[in-house]
Design a binder for this molecule. Structure first.
Ligand code: DC
Length: 217
């Protein structure tokens, strides 16, 4: 089936099930999958390694302009070094919302993400916080994936070792920063279809998404 120039934008908070859905839908449709959170996390690793205060927006912007970030088949490369594990560290997770609130960082990441999709022929499943609202406002299908806070914390606790209550607090803290920042906050695009995954199995969600895909082609 012809899928030229077909973007599926999947936005939602951490632990909502976005990544699982994006990966499965991409595999099912044989489309490339882009996890844009990996870019913001890699930028954060670069900032932490350079010892820059991430409140110093000028210094952060100057650094991110010169580092090379590349996402390739699910791996994140920072200046050719595979940082796929480092970007999931607690330190990176604690700092990522602050780094991703820097306007110049967002401008550079959005540009890199659009180029990534264009280089692959213009079709992809792209997940993040601002994909349907900013990065690909003309996406053929926009989804906004949510889940109840305790469900999100339970899922995250299964991915990373840690106390569920602390994880729930950290998710809430990041939600607040991600939703209230001045530049492209996490938001439900008016034309996005909302899916609450709290009480659905992965297969049920995928089936729902594929039905939506069929309706938009
Ligand atoms: O999806 P994730 O938890 O890996 O994302 C990490 C952080 O990156 C998240 O706290 C907010 C930020 N982010 C963003 O601001 N915009 C995106 N498109 C993706 C992620």
């Amino acid at each position: 089936m012809e899928l030229g120039g077909y973007v599926i934008a999947i936005d939602g908070p951490g632990g909502s099930g976005k990544t699982t859905i994006a990966r499965s839908v991409a595999m099912e449709l044989e489309l490339p999958h882009l996890d844009t959170g990996a870019y913001y996390r890699a930028a954060t690793v670069a900032v932490l390694r350079a010892g820059i205060d991430y409140e110093d927006h000028e210094a952060v912007a100057a650094l991110i302009r010169v580092v090379e970030l590349r996402y390739d088949r699910g791996r994140m490369l920072l200046d050719e070094e595979d940082v796929s594990e480092a970007i999931r560290s607690e330190q990176a997770t604690l700092a990522v919302s602050a780094v991703s609130a820097v306007p110049e960082v967002r401008r550079l990441m959005v540009q890199a993400q659009r180029n990534w999709v264009a280089e692959r022929g213009g079709s992809a499943v792209v997940e993040g916080r601002d994909i349907g609202s900013v990065v690909f406002p003309d996406a053929a299908l926009k989804l906004f994936v949510t889940a109840r806070p305790e469900v999100r914390a339970r899922r995250r606790a299964g991915e990373v070792a840690g106390d569920q209550e602390l994880i729930e607090q950290d998710l809430a803290r990041r939600d607040t920063i991600d939703s209230t920042r001045a530049v492209s906050p996490l938001q439900h695009a008016p034309d996005a279809v909302e899916i609450d995954t709290s009480d659905l199995s992965v297969d049920e969600v995928i089936a729902r998404v594929l039905t939506l895909v069929a309706a938009t082609r």
